[in-house]
Every structure is written in structure tokens, then in C-alpha cells.
Design a protein around this ligand. Sequence first.
Ligand code: SF4
Length: 338
Amino acid sequence: MYLGERFDLVALYSGGLDSVLAVKVIAQQGKKILAVKFKHPFNRGVWENKFREYLDDEMCSLVWEIPIGPEFMEIIMHPRYGYGRNYNPCIDCKIFMYRKAAWIAQQVGAQGILTGEVVGQRPMSQTKDTLALMERESFLKGLVLRPLTAKNLPPTTLEESGFVDRNSLYDFSGRGRVPQFVLAEKFGVTRYSAPAGGCLLTDPGYSYRLNEAIGHGSLNIRGAQLLKLGRHFRLPSGGKVVVGRFDEENAQLLDFAGNRYPVLEDAYKAGPAAILLGEPTSSNLKTSARIVTRYSKSQQDPEATVKYRIPGDENEKLIAVTPGSEEFVRKFMIAADD
Ligand code: SF4
């Protein structure tokens, strides 16, 4: 993409198969499409760029990734249209993205936006009524093209004007995926992820942690990202301990802690890293040390030594504790099912 380049349509690219297919269907009509992907703090990230090979091709489709942060957090906290089964405010989220895409469409001279939505596929945000509502709320009435399900919906202005050929669009509906798989094969799209797999707000475990964090008044972008990592424990003081589960998480936690949060690790035996989000009082440090040794090689020992660093103090310190039992750590663990 170059400065001043013009496009026919702006596509909301979610990272899922449907949005790729929607772009393909319209690109086949010779339309030049700018596919935009909004990266919010709740993206899982496992399928990042997976579809770039299918979009960034000679059919004039490009991918433009746009980070969104604080404004999106406000939607999470106060969605006008409520939440889905978990912490997913899908209707408000879609309206937000429609509006962003509409603004981008204006900048690049596009006639409207297109999405991979399918009527009936999602109970909250993909009923006929909510699709219409989202259009109205984003001032895009008649300008949202949904190529995979268009024939289940009234013709858009884009179809009525002949800008897009309605006859070449589809009538997919419901949660079944077979028609999409058939179409994917036709377009040679062979690598795709599970639908909605990319948004942590639909994940019950993550939503539970998020709700708990909001209950303690501690939600910001960094905090939301921290919820993706490790095991989480709420201390009686209101502080929190996060313990890594594997090497990569330990490294990420240490990176997150930087010079801001105390870090604890078993001093002499292999084990995870933990960070303390709270005051480094003796009580908080002792409980954190008991928790971290529950997951170290010291867990069966009568006593263990934990080293810890407090921001602003270059000297590492030691604390001797009795490793926490399973029963002990469960008292503090933030988890839905455990
Ligand atoms: S699943 Fe997540 S990203 Fe998708 S609409 Fe819902 S809240 Fe937004």
C-alpha cells in the first residue's frame, strides 16, 4: 500500500477463514480491497499473519494491521449491548470496528466495507437483527457487504447499484462450516484456524480471570495481557502473584516485571519464576514464596529457600518457607474450575 492509494472496499479481516473467503469472493469480481485487521489486547495471536499469503496477492488485497487499546478497554468495561456467554461484548466490539473501518474507507475512497459474517453463525452478533443494528449504529446502512450470506439479507446499496454482482454472492447461514470448506477448496485456501479461536474474551477461563481483575479494579492493557500468562493467585492483601508454567512464560513474566514488580524464584532447585503485583510486605513475600515453591523441585521438601528481588534494590534477598501444599495454593488460585 502506498500513500494516497485508492480501494473499492475495506474488509474487516478477523484472521478466520470466513473473512478470507469474503475477500476472495469480492476480489474475484475485480474489486480492489484493503483488508484491515484490528489487533486488540485480547487477540490470542496464535494465527497471526496465517492468512497473509492468501490476501496479499495480485487480486489487490492487502492486510493492514491496526492496534487498538484504551478505547477498546472502555468497551470491555461498559458495553452498551452487554456481553455474550463470556466477557465478549461482540455487538459493541463490531460497531466499534465498523466505525473504524468506515473511517478508513473514507480515507481510501472505498464505497463501503465487507465482512465474513454469516447469518445465524453467532448467537449474539450475527442474527439478522443485530447485523442491521450494527450497520445503523455505525452509520453504514446499506454499505456493509457480507458476501458469504448476502442472499439471506436485503440487497445492500452496493448490490442495488450494480457495484457488486449479487448473483455471485452466497447464502450461507447457521453454524455449519461445510459450505465454507468447499469454497476454501475452490480458492485453494488450505490452512485455517477454528472459528472465533482468536479472541480470548470468548474463553471461559480467561473471562473468569478478567472478571476477577475488574472486581479488584485493576484492568488496563498491560493487566489484560498479563492475564494470558501463567497461574494467578490473589493474596489476602489484595495483591496478586503470577507464576510461570513453562520456560517461555517465565521469560515473559520476567520481562513484564522489569523494574516494576518483585520477582521470586526457588533459590537452589529448578522451578518457575513468579512476580508479585502488590506491596513487598513480609506477609505477601512469604505467601508468594510458599506458592512458587509449590511448583518447584522443592515442593516435597520440609523447607525451601526462595530468592527475590525488589525494584529499586539491587541486592537479591532470601526467604525460607515451607513449600505450599496443593490445598494451600488452591485457597489463593484464581481459576473457574479448580
Ligand atoms: S469475539 Fe471478540 S473480537 Fe470478535 S466480535 Fe466478539 S469481542 Fe469482538
